[in-house]
Design a protein around this ligand. Structure first.
Ligand code: PRP
Ligand code: ADE
Length: 198
């Protein structure tokens, strides 16, 4: 029997909480690092996350995986749903012309890139908003997610896809840094789903 949305969400949250390890003052003093490696050690726990996502995001057309931990979550979900996925990578890793966004995160600064023509072969279904899901592990300051949203908008519009919806999924957050609020202030048309808000 199909479990309810709330049951799936609760089980996914429980799986994340039980597999998360916390490292205070790493990599810098004042940072409470949330290590999600334990989730990948447990097929059952990881599946609870994917089961929830398959219910929550059942109408997605493209997955966007953020380097590096977002690669694990995004590719696993994309493959389970038989969806195409693209990679947003740190600067200098992708060949050919790229859109680039610089950003600050909780413990440093970085630059993301996406290949300009990566979506040239994608044809959206007529009459349906092209639904893109950006997947990553942690929302802290929101700098990373913000940069990825900018790049997704650029690559969609740059490839002629103008009627789209962007959703984002994280498995945890650093609530005190108000990353979610910052994103909602800047993008009122983007949804943010966080399994375990800490
Ligand atoms: O909300 P923010 O303050 O921007 O921080 C969140 C980001 O920080 C981490 O990525 P990081 O680039 O450290 O590395 P990774 O390569 O280990 O995924 C994490 O995976 C998120 O992507
Ligand atoms: N506190 C944190 N834990 C894990 N990844 C992070 N990325 C940015 N802040 C983080």
């Amino acid at each position: 029997m199909q479990e309810s949305y709330q049951e799936l969400q609760n089980q996914a949250c429980d799986a994340v909480r039980k597999s998360m390890k916390f490292f205070p003052d790493w990599p810098n003093k004042g940072v409470g690092f949330q290590d999600i490696s334990g989730l990948f050690l447990s097929h059952e726990k990881f599946n609870k996350v994917l089961d929830y996502y398959s219910y929550r995001f059942n109408d997605v057309d493209l997955i966007v995986c953020l380097e590096a931990r977002g690669f694990v979550l995004g590719t696993a979900f994309a493959q389970s749903m038989k969806l195409p996925f693209i990679l947003i990578r740190k600067k200098g890793k992708l060949p050919g012309p790229c859109y680039r966004e610089s950003y600050k995160k909780e413990y440093g600064a970085d630059e993301f890139e996406v290949q300009e023509n990566i979506l040239s072969g994608i044809t959206p279904k007529p009459g349906k908003k092209f639904h893109v899901l950006i997947m990553d592990d942690i929302l802290a300051t929101g700098g990373t997610l913000c940069a990825s949203i900018e790049l997704v908008k650029k690559v969609l519009i740059g490839n002629g896809i103008k009627d789209f919806k962007i959703s984002t999924s994280l498995i945890s957050s650093v609530k005190v840094l108000n990353g979610k609020e910052k994103i909602y202030e800047k993008y009122n048309d983007v949804s943010i789903d966080i399994i375990n808000e800490m």
